[in-house]
Design a protein. Structure first.
Length: 141
């Protein structure tokens, strides 16, 4: 009784592909940004300001683009998605820090852990995008 699948000898081991290290980095970067988006972005003496009250919501949305890049099978498309995600995850925290510095300099506030985590996730996503967009290495002769 055949189920339509090709027969495989029982002695042959199943071949399991290893995950792509660049996509693994992109997944870690996406998780860093997801968690960092919900954490405090600005710490003051009066309390903390969550990232979701500002640009953290946008970084959360773009982290879903990074997760989608992990799931699709095409490296170039995943690399472009990682590049867009990295641009947003780097630009928005820097813009947030520059904006607050322009308003009050460093008097009474510090970057919170969420801001640092999102920025670090953006840098890691940029590294993953570079690896995904690089041409594949030639096989050894």
């Amino acid at each position: 009784m055949s189920d339509g699948s090709p027969a495989r000898p029982s002695s042959a081991p199943a071949v399991r592909r290893r995950g792509d290290p660049a996509k693994r980095q992109l997944f870690i970067a996406s998780m860093m940004v997801v968690f960092g988006s919900f954490m405090p972005w600005i710490s003051t003496s009066l309390g903390s300001i969550s990232g979701l009250r500002g640009p953290g919501l946008w970084t959360f949305y773009f982290s879903m683009l990074g997760i989608a890049g992990v799931l699709i099978p095409w490296r170039r498309v995943a690399g472009v998605q990682a590049l867009i995600f990295a641009g947003v995850a780097i630009a928005l925290p820097i813009w947030q820090m520059a904006r607050i510095y322009r308003l009050v300099q460093f008097q009474g506030w510090m970057p919170g852990p969420g801001l640092v985590l999102v920025l670090g996730g953006g840098v890691l996503a940029a590294v993953a995008a570079r690896k995904l967009l690089a041409p594949p290495a030639a096989p050894p002769a």
